[in-house]
Ligand binder design. Structure first.
Ligand code: UDX
Ligand code: UDX
Length: 455
């Protein structure tokens, strides 16, 4: 039986290991974390993250060949393969502050692995890391006692939150990077076998370590770039009466462009896009590639512009004053089907509205707890309300920020009747039926489309 350990029971580590355990009955999979509350939640009926389909997978495997524990040292000592899936946020201090990746947790893990190991290990980078991080990890691991041999692999995760279980079950590809040496290739094969339990061989790509590390950053940069590209065009649409939905549809029909990631929005969020692009920018600068760095930095700038622009438009349309006005934010998660709020555009929108002295009421089916943490310093100035009808009661405006399915199904006549008139609706996801809302009486503003207004 192969023993697999994952350090970091987060959005990536938890679901990925649950799927590996489900599909590999001959593997004993343990997930450890320094956060005891997180581990306790993984061992309970109330998992720490919301992800459609996750409960079933965990329930099937947990206690059979999937275990969650806080005993990191024991896990390391026993494991053959160690995935490292701890967070690598943007560094907020010192050199590279604001854009380099903060590798401190990651290095601590490497040192812990070195201290505790008494048998050979394959160490797998699951976290998204700057290119050539594996070289640093190898140097740390090789700095210790002789006898124990470590082989470092890169195996970036491409799952998206909200569809993690589907993405893990039917991945477009699995990417495994390793050294071309015999021990490197043997380790690659061991990991290929784990995934081959359910992923067709032709979808498992093997590359050198550096290509694998860089592919993850590049994939996210390209996806984010598409959203920023269409969002830049949304601003032009609003100025010209073109419709960004029609433009996206028309260009997406070109098979060379394709239809995905062309939905204009209030901006992209999530734990990865911004962090990974900034990381790429930092790498480019480190290698003296100033123009390349600037090129990618612009993708993030465009996103910030889009978020700011949304609030500026609200302010302008609501007679240049929102002080004292109740404004209901429909959705706070960075996208639908997740409770995750990291880098959610809703954070900046809420903060700007608060800065204008608006009375902000936030509703979201999954993310209110996280919203409370994100806005901790201004929490006395917001109301968290699970019921969207109550959130909108007495409001001047609704701003839809997350494309939850349930928001399509609300009774907007009822909502409209309870609002202050003229009632405004700003759809930051182009998610609702704007014509129907306009007919009810709303003044409707969406992204990259002409407004539908009665006033
Ligand atoms: C991870 C990677 O960190 C990120 O680089 C990648 O792009 C996506 O996957 P995610 O799973 O979303 O991110 O992070 P998070 O949910 O924050 O989980 C990380 C976990 O690691 C946390 O539960 C944290 O407590 C744990 N951790 C952190 C450790 O167990 N040990 C540490 O030293 C640091
Ligand atoms: C992303 C990558 O998709 C995934 O492969 C990687 O492993 C982690 O980062 P995730 O952050 O979960 O996944 O979300 P994703 O679905 O990619 O969406 C990112 C952001 O872009 C969201 O805020 C989303 O609402 C926004 N988006 C996406 C748009 O605004 N328009 C689109 O057309 C698509």
């Amino acid at each position: 039986m192969i023993k697999i350990l994952c350090i970091g029971a987060g959005y990536v580590g938890g679901p990925t290991m649950a799927m590996i355990a489900k599909k590999n009955l001959n593997a004993h999979v343990t997930v450890v974390d320094i956060n005891p509350a997180r581990i306790a939640a993984w061992n309970s009926d109330q998992l720490p993250i919301y992800e459609p389909g996750l409960d079933e997978v965990v329930q099937e495997a947990r206690g059979r060949n999937l275990f969650f524990s806080t005993d990191i040292d024991k896990g390391i000592a026993e494991a053959d393969i160690i995935f490292v899936s701890v967070n690598t946020p943007t560094k907020m201090f010192g050199h590279g502050a604001g854009y380099a990746a903060d590798l401190q947790y990651w290095e601590k893990c490497a040192r812990r692995i070195l201290d505790v190991s008494t048998s050979d290990k394959i160490v797998v980078e699951k976290s998204t890391l700057p290119v050539r991080t594996a070289a640093a990890m190898e140097r740390i691991l090789e700095s210790g006692k002789g006898g124990v041999h470590f082989t470092v692999l890169s195996n970036p995760e491409f799952l998206a939150e909200g569809s993690a279980i589907k993405d893990l079950d039917h991945p477009d590809r699995i990417l495994i990077g390793g050294h071309p040496t015999p021990s490197g290739q043997k380790a690659v094969q061991t990991l290929v076998d784990v995934y081959a339990a359910w992923v067709p061989k032709e979808n498992i790509i093997t590359t050198n370590l550096w290509s694998s590390e860089l592919s993850k950053l590049t994939a996210n940069a390209f996806l984010a770039q598409r959203v920023s590209s269409i969002n830049s065009i949304s601003a032009l649409c609003e100025a010209t009466e073109a419709d960004v939905g029609e433009v996206a549809y028309a260009i997406g029909k070109d098979s060379r462009i394709g239809s995905k990631f062309l939905k204009a929005s209030v901006g992209f969020g999530g734990s990865c896009f911004k962090k990974d692009i900034l990381n790429l920018v930092y790498l480019c600068e480190t290698y003296g590639l100033t123009e390349v760095a600037e090129y990618w930095r612009q993708v993030v700038k465009m996103n910030e512009y889009q978020e700011r622009r949304f609030v500026e438009r609200m302010l302008k349309e609501m007679f240049n004053t929102i002080a004292g006005k109740r404004i209901a934010l429909f959705g706070f998660a960075f996208k639908a089907d997740t409770g995750d709020t990291r880098e959610s555009p809703a954070i900046l929108v809420a903060r700007q509205l608060i800065a204008e002295n608006a009375l902000v009421v936030i509703t979201d089916p999954q993310a209110l707890e996280h919203a409370k943490t994100e806005l901790a310093d201004v929490i006395d100035r917001v109301i968290l309300e699970p019921d969207p009808y109550k959130a909108a009661e007495g409001a001047h405006a609704i701003a839809l920020l997350t494309e939850w399915k349930e928001y399509k199904e609300l009774n907007y006549q009822k909502i409209y009747d309870g609002m202050v008139q003229p009632a405004f609706l700003f759809d930051g996801r182009n998610h609702l039926d704007h014509q129907a809302l306009y007919t009810i009486g709303f003044n409707v503003y969406s992204i990259g489309k002409s407004p539908l207004k009665h006033i």
